[in-house]
Design a protein around this ligand. Structure first.
Ligand code: HEM
Length: 372
C-alpha cells in the first residue's frame, strides 16, 4: 500500500484514474445523484430545522447547567443532529415514533460503531488493538434490531422521498431506504457527530478573545434572520469553520484503487502508481503541509480570511476534494460539501446571537452568558 498526501494527485479529482470500492450498497452514481437531489430539495426545511432544533438543544443545555453546574452536550447535540437531518433528508418527524424519537440517534451510534470499530484507532497497546479489534468485520446481527426499526420508520414516514427514489432514480423501495439510511446515518449523522464537537470544543475553550470577535461579526452581519445567505457574509465565522476542518478533518482517511498506471506528483517527487494498487490519502497530513500553510500546527481563526486566505481554500480537503471544487458523479467529493460548512456557520452564528460567551471543553459546557 502506498501512503501519500492527497495533494500529490496532480489533477484533482482523479476521477478516471482511481475508484473507491468501499461503497457496496448500490451503484455509486445512483447514491450520489440521489443524495444531491435530496439535499437540493431539502434546503428550505434544512435551515428552519437547524434553527428550531438549536433552540431545543440550547434550552436543554441551559437547564442542565442550572441543575448541575455543567452540562455534557454530546447527547443534546446528537439529538439535534438526528432530528434536523431526519426531518430535512427523510421528510419524517422522529416524534411520530416514540422509540425513534427517544433512541434513534443511539441506534445510529451503535450501527456506526459496528462498522467503524475495525478501522478506528482506539489507543490500546499495539499489536493488541490490531489483533483483537481490527482483524475482522463485526456481525450485522449485533445491530440488526436497531437497523430494522430505523428501516421501518423510513418506510412508514418517508413516503415522499421513497416515491422520488423510485420514480426519478429507478431505485426499488428497498434500495431507496438502504441508500437513505446510509446517507442519513453514515455520511450525514456520522460526519456531523464527529465535526460539531470539535467545533464547539475549539470555540468554547478559546481564551484569546475569539468569542468576542465572533459575537461582533454575527450581530453586525447577516440581518435579522439566519440562513445560508446571511452566514455567507460572516468571513470570520466561515474562516473558523474552515480552520477547524483543516486541523481536525472529521473523515481523515480516504482509500482508492488505481484504475490504470499513472504518475502521482508531490512538490518535489514523482511516484509511479500501477493499476490495482491501493492508495491512501491522509488529510491530516495534507492540510498541515508547511509549504502551503504558515505555522501549520497552530489554530489561526482568521487564516482563511481575505484574498490571501481564500486562495488557501484550494488546499482544504476535508470533503475529499478541494473546498473550491464541486461534488459530482465524476468525483468522490462529499455531496454536502457546502451544506456542512454553511450549517456549521449557522451553528456558530446562532450560538453567539443567543449568548455573549460560552465556556466548555470537548464534552461539557460549564457556563453560558446570555446576550443582553
Ligand atoms: C460534517 C459532516 C460531513 C463530513 C465531514 C463529510 C465528509 C465526507 C467525505 C470525506 C467523503 C468522501 C468519503 C470517501 O470517498 O472515502 C464524503 C462523501 C460523501 N458524503 Fe459527506 N460528509 C459530511 C456530511 C454529509 C452530509 C450531510 C451528506 C448528505 C446529506 C453527505 C453525503 C455524502 C455522500 C453521498 C458521499 C459520497 C460521495 C461519493 O462517493 O462520490 N455528507 N463525505
Amino acid at each position: 500500500m502506498t501512503i501519500l498526501p492527497l495533494h500529490n494527485l496532480k489533477s484533482y479529482p482523479p476521477e478516471q484514474t482511481v475508484t473507491n470500492d468501499l461503497h457496496h450498497l448500490s451503484p455509486r452514481n445512483q447514491l450520489k445523484n440521489f443524495a444531491m437531489d435530496i439535499l437540493k430539495r431539502s434546503s428550505k426545511t434544512w435551515v428552519s430545522e437547524v434553527l428550531g432544533n438549536l433552540d431545543t438543544m440550547w434550552d436543554t443545555i441551559e437547564s442542565n447547567i442550572s441543575k448541575s453546574g455543567s452540562a455534557s452536550y454530546i447527547v443534546p447535540l446528537q439529538k439535534f443532529i438526528f432530528k434536523f437531518l431526519t426531518k430535512s433528508l427523510v421528510g419524517a418527524d422522529p416524534s411520530s415514533s416514540p422509540d425513534i424519537a427517544e433512541s434513534g440517534y443511539i441506534m445510529l451510534d451503535r450501527w456506526l460503531a459496528l462498522q467503524l470499530l475495525p478501522t478506528v484507532k482506539i489507543g490500546i497497546l499495539q499489536p493488541l488493538e490490531e489483533i483483537f479489534l481490527h482483524s475482522w468485520a463485526y456481525p450485522f446481527l449485533l445491530v440488526s434490531g436497531d437497523y430494522r426499526k430505523l428501516y421501518e420508520f423510513v418506510r412508514k414516514e418517508g413516503k415522499e422521498v421513497l416515491r422520488r427514489g423510485e420514480t426519478e432514480f429507478g431505485l426499488s423501495s428497498e434500495e431507496t431506504i438502504h441508500n437513505l439510511l446510509f446517507v442519513l446515518g453514515f455520511n450525514a449523522f456520522g460526519g456531523f457527530s464527529v465535526f460539531l464537537p470539535s467545533l464547539v470544543s475549539t470555540i468554547a475553550s478559546d481564551t484569546t478573545g475569539l468569542q468576542e470577535k465572533i459575537r461582533q461579526e454575527v450581530r453586525e452581519k447577516g440581518g435579522s434572520t439566519l440562513n445560508f445567505d446571511s452566514v455567507k457574509e460572516m468571513e470570520l465565522v466561515l474562516s473558523v469553520v474552515y480552520e477547524v476542518l483543516r486541523l481536525n478533518p472529521p473523515v481523515p482517511l480516504q482509500y482508492a484503487r488505481a484504475r490504470k498506471d499513472f504518475q502521482l506528483r508531490s512538490h518535489d517527487s514523482v511516484y509511479d502508481i500501477k493499476k490495482g494498487e491501493l492508495l491512501c490519502g491522509y488529510q491530516t497530513l495534507v492540510m498541515r503541509d508547511p509549504k502551503v500553510f504558515e505555522e501549520p500546527e497552530s489554530f489561526r481563526p482568521d487564516r482563511f480570511m481575505n484574498s490571501n486566505g481564500s486562495e488557501l481554500l484550494s488546499y482544504l480537503y476535508w470533503s475529499n476534494g478541494p473546498q473550491t471544487g464541486s461534488p459530482s458523479v465524476s468525483n468522490k467529493q462529499c455531496a454536502a460539501k457546502d451544506y456542512v460548512v454553511l450549517t456549521a456557520a449557522m451553528f456558530i452564528a446562532y450560538a453567539f446571537r443567543r449568548y455573549d460567551s460560552i465556556t466548555g471543553d470537548s464534552s461539557s459546557i460549564t457556563a453560558v452568558e446570555k446576550a443582553n
